[in-house]
Design a protein around this ligand. Structure first.
Ligand SMILES: [Zn+2]
Length: 83
């Protein structure tokens, strides 16, 4: 699983906003932490958007994304096979 600070790009259909609710947009997530979910195919990912690191973003939350991401996508992101 990706460690803190890893950037993972997910496309529509590779993540869920909540169990059973597939996402319809593309995102880049900067990982804060990854947790098991009820579904072995998906992991809960807490993270920030790529803009949060900007000084002007003023993001002080521990994380601002909470989403279920396909574990195969996470594993492939770690392997560095995706842009
Ligand atoms: Zn943030």
């Amino acid at each position: 699983m990706p460690g803190p600070g890893a950037r993972v790009s997910v496309r529509a259909g590779e993540w869920q906003s909540s169990p059973g609710n597939p996402g319809h947009t593309d995102h880049v997530v900067v990982i804060v932490s990854v947790h098991e979910s009820h579904d072995p195919a998906y992991a809960w990912v807490y993270g920030h958007g790529p803009d949060c690191a900007w000084e002007s973003a003023d993001c002080t939350a521990p994380f601002c994304f909470e989403m279920l991401i396909d574990v195969d996508v996470l594993a492939t992101a770690v392997a560095g096979q995706r842009a």
